[in-house]
Ligand binder design. Sequence first.
Ligand code: SF4
Length: 273
Amino acid sequence: MLHIISLGAGVQSSTVALMAAHGEITPMPECAIFADTHAEPQHIYDYLDYLDELLPFPIIKVSGGDMRQMIVDSCGDNKGNARLATAPFFVKTEKAKEGRVRRQCTREFKVTPIERKLRELVGLKKGERAPRGEILAQQWIGISMDEITRMKDARIKWAKHRWPLIELKMTRLHCLKWMKEHGYKQPAKSACTFCPYRSDKDWFKMKNEDPVSFADAVAIDNHIRAGASGMKEGNELYIHRSLKPLEEVDLQHLSNTAQFDMFEEECDGMCGV
Ligand code: SF4
């Protein structure tokens, strides 16, 4: 059976990869697979290069396309020129003040490209079925104890998911501690620059510490306002749940007053970890 790590290059999946390199999670995986949306902050690509130097197994990059370009090509003045696989943007409609559009990006840009590579690695040709009941691959997912509700079984019959951090009862904080104790650099959260799955604290931090990514998020936020073709005329899309342009949101005030942030969600198992 093939063992592979789904690598998002965030704290949890990077910890899984490094612990495997140390032999603290066994067996040694054949590789880690990173699904590139071409829309991550630069620090994630830098951290991938850092991991690549450290790991005894290869990091394979796969891609379902350039997600940022798809948004540019399908919204704004380009509306109608391309299809939009939507991110979980907030939507202001005439009837409801707030809603969310259906998330399609995780499947298209994360899950499917990884599954396609898995098929190739286990030697299944296009359309070929695995022998009945046989498990050909185990996909390690970096979900920690504090995100246990995100655990989901694989949707393909010949592969199964494994959650090493759950087996070890490790939280995100345990991962950061493990990295520190072993002298590794700690990654920031991995997610597309414009991903709405961010708390106000995350946005505020990005604005101050990574202005290039924040400017990119603002540009995409302004570009998506009128949505893509197929969406109802008059509906407006926003990245921030306040349904205000991101550049106008008082993130300092919101991040100081937030008791807790119920919007700190992430993509299922593939993004953010
Ligand atoms: S990080 Fe966010 S925007 Fe990017 S693929 Fe995942 S859910 Fe979609």
